[in-house]
Design a protein. Structure first.
Ligand SMILES: Cc1cc2nc3c(=O)[nH]c(=O)nc-3n(C[C@H](O)[C@H](O)[C@H](O)COP(=O)(O)OP(=O)(O)OC[C@H]3O[C@@H](n4cnc5c(N)ncnc54)[C@H](O)[C@@H]3O)c2cc1C
Length: 501
């Protein structure tokens, strides 16, 4: 291992999820010789696509937030994100449906939002205004240390926030507790609590400052990627192609090769080939990488227990031979008892009786994703990750799927079952086996006030000094913009610690 003096340092990246692609762009732009090894046939990781029978389904993410993060990444390579990926802002952010037939829209325009809220309760616009100002303040306090500087420790976070602003951090109570303080209406409480969906956690357990997610959406917009979200992965791949970075798909890394106990010298591939590298960046999550690639035992993994996985999901894709006109692009069919839903998924590790459903109907915005007159629906209830406490079998998941379809039919998608012409369903087992995520987690590490105070695993391994991580299991956490930030921040750390000779 080791580059000859003056030669570019070599980096092996395990996995071509958004975190890995982001690190690759940043490191290649800084002059490192980068190679990416991806176990699947396609790049993108959880940002994935399925085209069947005239329907195009986004398998993973369907909401793009904070596009500026992507612009900044592309700028590192001298590329124009908007020239390569076409995105558009949605005017209706979410349409929220409730079992009592109420329906409430969240909109891009805060004036329009206030008008909608005023029809529900004349006091609500003022409450909303106050909540949004608070949410923005939380974002602005946390943004620099957490999103820009990429701190990895509690004390680093405290220092980054600074003494003056520290008393303003909503860090001692849960998201839900703060929301209850601002709003009295249960539907409105449920809506703002469910912004926690962006990080696959429980609003009853995430710290209050995570309410910044409301400002992320109202302040910076909610975006659709023309042609489907996968165009983002294609845009990133194009940048890497033009930089001459080699991406080897269908190539699994089966172990990390160590030089000494505290230093890796490269990776070994499934075909037995050893690849030397000065630095290894793993887009495989921290705990699975330690278990499977470094073969660490449970005792060594004990300190990592606080980095518990986020929820997983039952991911149902339906092609239907009619359009449900009442749907917006992004819809939420709320549980009658959101507290019970969170408790089932995050405390009891049970399949929820009445989960909140996220339902995407992208044909509202993009006619190319379904045949004319058809709807292309993705329905996603959050459910527990796989663990010794939640070992459900296929039948358990299929029973949940029937409850999900019942709920959809009950809440206005009349005769949904009769209109299904294409159906596809993924359980947490599929998510785990396809991406090697920890327990089939869909966002990486959970955000929990008591367990980790919203901090994820550090980006540099505490075990091997030249092993780094990117993606949802490290800071700043899960979601498309966050994992792209993690790739950029890890690359900056590598540059600081492994500069060319
Ligand atoms: C159903 C669903 C809906 C979502 N909705 C949204 C949303 O609307 N908005 C949003 O922002 N986010 C959303 N997310 C979350 C978002 O998709 C993820 O946070 C993000 O894409 C994860 O990127 P990553 O780089 O952390 O990891 P991944 O995408 O998991 O990438 C890791 C890559 O590493 C590869 N790999 C692992 N081990 C190995 C190995 N040993 N050898 C070679 N390759 C390996 C995997 O195959 C994978 O390609 C959603 C996720 C899911 C699943």
């Amino acid at each position: 291992m080791g580059s000859k003096s003056g030669a570019p340092k070599t980096v092996a990246i395990i996995g071509a999820g958004l975190g890995g692609l982001s690190a690759a762009i940043s490191l290649a732009a800084a002059g490192y010789q980068v190679r990416i090894f991806e176990k699947n046939k396609r790049v993108g990781g959880k940002l994935n696509v399925m085209k069947r029978e005239g329907f195009t389904f986004d398998m993973g993410p369907s909401i793009l937030t904070l596009p500026e993060v992507f612009r900044n990444l592309f700028r590192r390579a001298g590329k124009d994100f908007d020239g390569l990926v076409s995105i558009r802002a949605l005017d209706t952010h979410w349409r929220c449906f409730f079992e009592d037939h109420a329906s409430i829209d969240l909109t891009a325009s805060t004036d329009e939002q206030k008008r909608i809220f005023a029809q529900l309760d004349p006091e609500l616009p003022k409450r909303f205004e106050r909540f949004l100002a608070y949410s923005r303040e939380q974002y602005e306090i946390v943004e620099k240390p957490y999103l820009r500087d990429g701190v990895d420790t509690f004390w680093g976070m405290m220092r980054g926030i600074g003494l003056k602003r520290l008393p303003h951090v909503d860090g001692l109570r849960s998201m839900s507790a703060t929301i209850d303080h601002f709003f009295e209406d249960q539907h409105i409480r449920d809506i703002f609590r469910f912004f926690v969906k962006y990080i696959g956690s429980s609003a009853d357990k995430a710290p209050g400052f995570i309410n910044l997610l409301s400002w992320v959406q109202y302040g910076f917009g909610l975006w659709y990627v023309d042609g489907g979200m996968y165009a983002v992965a294609e845009g990133m791949t194009r940048v890497l192609d033009e930089m001459g970075v080699e991406i080897r798909c269908d190539t699994e890394v089966v172990s990390l090769e160590r030089e000494k106990a505290d230093c890796v010298k490269g990776v070994r591939l499934a075909d037995g080939m050893a690849i030397d590298a000065d630095v290894v960046v793993s887009n495989m999550e921290v705990i699975p990488a330690y278990e499977r690639l470094l073969h660490l035992d449970l005792q060594a993994l004990k300190p990592l227990r606080r980095f518990e996985p986020t929820c997983s999901g039952l991911i149902v894709h339906l092609g239907v031979d009619r359009m449900y006109e009442q749907l917006a692009h992004h819809n939420f069919l709320f549980s009658t008892n959101q507290t019970k839903h969170f408790a089932a998924v995050f405390d009891k590790h049970e399949l929820p009786e009445d989960p909140t459903l996220y339902l995407v109907a992208p044909a509202r915005t993009d006619g190319a994703v379904a045949p004319a007159g058809h709807d292309n629906l993705k329905i996603l209830p959050h459910i527990p990750y796989l663990s010794e406490r939640s070992t459900f079998d296929e039948q358990d998941y299929m029973r949940l799927k029937e409850r999900v379809l019942d709920k959809c039919e009950r809440m206005g998608l009349t005769d949904l079952r009769k209109h299904i012409v294409f159906e596809h369903c993924w359980t947490p087992y599929n998510v785990r086996d396809r991406y090697y995520s920890n327990g089939g987690s869909i966002y990486g590490v959970v955000t929990d006030l008591r367990k980790n105070y919203a901090l994820k695993a550090p980006k540099r391994s505490r075990i091997c000094g030249n092993l780094y991580f990117v993606g949802g299991s490290v800071n700043p956490g899960g979601g498309m913009p966050m994992v792209v930030l993690s790739g950029m921040q890890t690359a900056d750390l590598v540059r600081k610690e492994h500069a060319h000779d």
